[in-house]
Design a protein around this ligand. Sequence first.
Ligand code: G3I
Length: 317
Amino acid sequence: QPTLADLAQRHGRYFGSATDNPELTDGPYVALLGSEFDQITPGNGMKWYATEPEQGVFDFSQGDEVVNLARANRQKVRGHTLVWHSQLPEWLTAREWTAPELRAVLKKHIQTEVRHYRGKVFAWDVVNEAFNEDGTYRETVFYKTLGPGYIADALRWAHQADPRVKLYLNDYNIEGIGPKSDAYHRLAKELKAQRVPLHGIGFQAHLALQYGYPTTLEDNLRRFSRLGLDTALTEVDVRMQLPATEEKLAQQAQWYRDLTEACLAVRRCVGVTLWDYTDKYSWIPAFFPGEGAALPWDEQLLPKPAYFALREALGGR
Ligand code: G3I
């Protein structure tokens, strides 16, 4: 029987999952990760705190482990992430920086990491979560020290280090049309007009049953396509208040079906990535107490209704 990856490939798309280094000792988990998906994203291992734990001292061992696994399984890898306000190393957050100092630090980090993974990742989440919910810039250390131009600079530096890799901006709560996705649309248009190397927008799609489905997803993806950009659903999960009931799992399945169909309906939506595939390794319970059951496989690695909905959405039986 065809895998999700096989089915997605018939549409010229990939179907992927995030993973994380500690889970790679779990045999049955790794087996399913290797067989069902044709793309993986390291959940933490390529972040700044992991890759440059001391200033100027780089450690790519965690990311490399994921890249090597992907190569063995013939999977593509999404690089995640170069510039983010979260999970920064202590040396960076513990002191003040002048603009010239931080520019140099940022450029070196980006270029060293992008060069290291040149030819090994097909895309980078260059800047992650740059905007607030109301569409204003998030006041990160990068924004406050360097101004909004840090985004264009980051994209240019990454492009110099690997001219072939696809460069994305990535965020959550931008699946529907609204102030936050409008901010990305405006910025993307500006960056394109200025010939800044931007190739795609990643829609994380951390959805929650209690907040409703983003019904404008397909239209939203399409307006970014029209700017000449790729789009991708990069961190999909659909959480719910526990306990999971048959009814909630059915609704969740419907959402997984709908979001997959939305991607397939938009020519430049290149693929879908789950933010891990099993509830066993979901980030949700630790961050949203009382919520969970967000992924298509349960904690025993058994497929849930959402898995069968994904197969159907991809045209399988
Ligand atoms: O590495 C330490 C370990 O040494 C320690 O014993 C343990 C105790 O709490 O914590 C470990 O660090 C955890 C880290 O994941 C690695 O497992 C952190 O506490 C935990 O906060 C961190 O969570 C990650 C989260 O980003 C941080 O914001 C999740 O695994 C990761 O899935 C999640 O991913 C993000 C994306 O990068 C961006 N979009 C949102 C998404 C969900 O938050």
